[in-house]
Ligand binder design. Structure first.
Ligand SMILES: Cc1ncc(COP(=O)(O)O)c(C=O)c1O
Length: 377
């Protein structure tokens, strides 16, 4: 190793049980060491075709416009909103946590007319509430987060919400950053017009790519824009041309992250999506049971609790930040604190992708038990 500032020497890799990144699968680590190729190399362009097919399987879609953007999940969010919205377009953002609020902020920066529909932290929307809001205006777009990483809540009833959006003349954009690969996502069956995700959570690759998919309605909306997309970098028409058209230079995409994501997608498809979802659920149930025993019950009701991300209520008398720091420094395990109003109330424990293994659950539960006994004593 010749880095001038090395990560702390540890004999074992960090046990990443936060809200992402998850641990990188050894096969994915190996793929990242392949010799790099240029962004216009036929080898990379051929890999894009393979990556697209794998992404279509994971998203449950036949959408031609399915690719992976250079950048993290936020670039997927920003690309979707910047391409679908033009200044003055009315957009409804259904917010049940921090990332919904981020969608509203980005939409406002696009000059869209943003209406926020808010749900208290840790709750999800009943379909009727969204339906009533959609009827109030001629919205162009409804945007909503499927799996809210800030609270650990899944927004159920996406097919019904999509139907309501369409009946009211709007498209639906779904954030699948914490759901894709971790719980069922069926873009075509649910009739979702546009969705994006991130490489570093249930897909078990490093961060750096944002998978995105757009159906023909979304694509036509983008093709018929009155003004060019404000972001040159996130212009999806240029992306589509680089991936699937003339392959004209758009930006110097990193081959290494595409090697990594493609290998990660192969691993997921080899395991089988249904088997992977079952593994996440049974591991999450083991974690939930252990947390109950420690007096740190899950915050979200089981009906819509996310297997990939659990918020656990911090027991009275325990300093959540001290426990979290000691977990990292003494046990080599990363978990996260809560967000916003939940900052001092919950821990966020992720069991995403390659991190979702029973040995990791045993480790985190026994470390939490030690540290909480210590704090109480
Ligand atoms: C639901 C959700 N949306 C968007 C993002 C933003 O992704 P990134 O941090 O990769 O930019 C995150 C990140 O955790 C997320 O959980």
């Amino acid at each position: 190793m010749t880095l001038s500032r090395k990560p702390e020497p540890k004999s074992e890799p960090r046990i990443l049980l936060g809200p992402g990144p998850s641990m990188t699968h050894p096969r994915v680590m190996q793929a990242m060491t392949f010799p790099t190729v240029g962004h216009l190399d036929p080898q990379l362009l051929c890999l894009y075709g393979e990556e697209q097919e794998l992404l279509r399987s994971v998203f449950g879609t036949q959408n031609e416009w399915t690719f992976a953007l250079s950048g993290t999940g936020t670039s997927g969010m920003e690309a979707a909103l910047a391409n679908l919205l033009e200044p003055g377009d009315p957009v409804l953002i259904a917010i049940h946590g921090y990332f919904g609020e981020r969608m509203a902020e980005i939409s406002a920066r696009q000059g869209a007319l943003v209406d926020r529909l808010n749900r208290p932290l840790g709750e999800m929307f009943p379909v009727e509430e969204i339906d009533t809001a959609l009827k109030k205006k001629n919205y162009k777009l409804l945007a909503i987060v499927h799996a809210e990483t800030s609270t650990g809540a899944e927004q159920l009833h996406i097919p019904e919400i999509a139907r309501s959006a369409h009946e009211n003349g709007a498209m639906i954009l779904l954030d699948t950053v914490t759901s894709l690969g971790g719980i069922p996502v069926e873009i075509d069956k649910w009739q979702v017009d546009a969705a994006y995700s991130a490489s570093q959570k249930n897909l078990s690759a490093p961060s750096g790519l944002a998978p995105i998919t757009m159906n023909s309605r979304a694509r036509e909306t983008i093709e018929k824009r009155k003004r060019p997309v404000t972001s040159f970098y996130l212009d999806l028409k240029s992306y589509a041309n680089y991936w699937m058209g003339t392959h004209a230079y758009h930006h110097t995409a990193s081959a290494s992250v595409h090697f990594a994501l493609t290998e990660a997608l192969h691993i997921l498809i080899e395991e089988g999506l249904l088997s992977a979802y079952q593994r996440y659920r049974s591991n999450a149930e083991k974690l939930w049971g252990g947390l109950e025993d420690l007096g740190a019950s899950p915050f979200i009701p089981s009906e819509y609790r996310l297997p990939p991300l659990t918020t656990a209520c911090v027991p009275d008398g325990i300093d959540p930040h001290q426990v979290r720091n000691r977990l990292l420094n003494e046990y080599n395990i990363e978990i996260a604190s809560g967000f916003g109003a939940l900052k001092d109330k919950v821990w966020r424990i992720g069991l995403m992708g390659y991190s979702s293994r029973t040995e990791n659950i045993d480790l985190v539960l026994s470390a939490l038990q030690d540290l909480m006994t210590d704090s109480n004593g």
